[in-house]
Design a protein around this ligand. Structure first.
Ligand code: GLV
Ligand code: MN
Ligand code: MN
Length: 409
């Protein structure tokens, strides 16, 4: 029988990490490679060392703690991220990493050895909020993103280059562990489905495709009172039409298509001046890769046409392109069976959010465990999950890792 994890200890670690980069009113801001991210990393590394793990930092700043196995095979890996969006909660990413520590501490306390080593990973810049694209550290490690290109990425606010920021916080390392024998990630659902259906565990079947695109429209500033509508080159109006088109695509495609305009900036941004430039980002997602490709093609063609019609120029930048991913059916079955063995209600479901796990799916058997999010809220300081659900997810993670890594009684 697998040892029982300590839910209170897991919660204490989540609360402690949640104090690093804490926001007034709750939640955290630990944008990737900021001082707050560094402080979170330093604390995490210290915890890993305290648990007797060998710590590795790779060239893109991913952190691994390895608990040695009795054999020399590839590790069974669990992980997620500790960076956050600017309005992040305590659980997005942190749960997957800290459940890994809880798992190791439980095994240490019981003196339980495993045949395969166990790796607990925290990947750099999963969120992509400060440096696009998202899933950057896991993407580089798994070979889906080019390391040199990623080290040269400039921050979305223009303040900092990724490689230089890694140097600044002291997290540009070298070696990385080998590709794992299997990868498992525990995460909050970040959506409403489990809570609404009264189900405790999501056995995640895959992740929908993600396309992020930035549009920069250039027109001409002019007087808001004297310039007839037909004679304007209004970058703001073009941007608004692009945003409306994104919404129309979501409405016409229907679920699971989603569309989000997360950034919308006008310049000079004055009440009585026709905007000269507009910058907006569009996040399109769908579980069907072909439908997603068509959605992005439609939006970019529309942007070009509407800009030309308005006498404006538009530049279009691809920020992220990730195809939908299907997880290993056999491992998803194991997640489901492990939940049933613990009498936990379980549902197979796709993930709406991007996760580091999707990068591992082409390389090794990969799956995820979801636990419910209160009111389906995430990327919100009010993000919350029931402590019993968090503990249930961590227990399943340990149960599965004990099986996959060959735990000795
Ligand atoms: C990452 O959290 C994403 O899905 O945008
Ligand atoms: Mn996350
Ligand atoms: Mn997130």
């Amino acid at each position: 029988m697998t040892p029982e994890i300590d839910g209170a200890r897991l919660l204490r670690r989540l609360t402690t990490l949640g104090q690093i980069g804490a926001l007034e009113g709750g939640g955290v801001c630990r944008l990737a490679l900021t001082d707050a991210d560094k402080a979170g990393r330093d604390w995490l590394v210290a915890e890993m060392e305290r648990l007797g793990m060998a710590v590795h930092i790779d060239a893109i700043g991913n952190i691994w703690g390895i608990r040695a196995g009795q054999g020399a095979g590839a590790p069974v890996m669990v992980g997620s991220h500790i960076d956050s969006v600017a309005t992040g909660g305590l659980y997005d990413g942190a749960l997957g990493v800290l459940a890994g520590l809880e798992m190791v501490e439980t095994l240490n306390d019981r003196g339980t050895a495993t045949e395969a080593p166990i790796a607990v990973a925290a990947f750099t810049n999963e969120e992509g909020a400060r440096f696009a694209p998202d899933m950057m550290g896991s993407g580089v490690y798994c070979g889906a993103l080019d390391q040199g290109e990623m080290l040269a990425v400039t921050a979305t606010d223009g303040m900092g280059v990724l490689g230089e920021e890694l140097d600044r916080i002291g997290y540009r390392g070298g070696d990385a562990p080998v590709i794992p024998a299997a990868y498992l990630e525990l995460h909050i659902e970040q959506g409403p489905v489990l809570e609404q259906e009264g189900v405790r565990i999501g056995a995640v079947t895959g992740v929908q495709g993600i396309h992020w695109t930035e549009f920069t429209v250039t027109g001409q500033t002019n007087h808001a009172g004297t310039t007839p509508m037909a004679l304007r080159r209004d970058a703001g109006q073009v941007a608004m039409r692009i945003a409306r088109e994104a919404d129309a695509i979501a409405a016409e495609n229907g679920p699971p298509q989603v569309a989000t305009v997360g950034v919308f900036e006008l310049s000079p941004g004055l009440v009585n001046v026709v905007p000269e430039t507009a910058r907006l980002t569009v996040d399109l997602r769908n579980t069907d890769g072909a439908v997603l490709e068509a959605a992005t093609a439609r939006l970019t063609a529309f942007a070009q046409a509407v800009a030309a019609e308005a006498g404006c120029a538009v530049s279009i930048r691809e920020m992220a392109r990730f195809a939908p991913v299907v997880f290993d059916g056999g491992l998803v079955d194991k997640v489901e069976a492990a939940a049933q063995a613990r009498q936990m209600s379980v549902k197979r479901m796709p993930s709406g959010a991007g996760h580091d796990a999707q990068m591992f799916a082409p390389l090794c058997p990969t799956a995820m465990i979801f636990v419910p999010s209160e009111n389906g809220l995430s990327h919100n300081i009010k993000e919350h999950s029931d402590p019993d659900d968090l503990a249930a997810g961590a227990q399943l993670l340990l149960d599965l890792v004990c099986t996959l890594a060959g735990a000795r009684a």
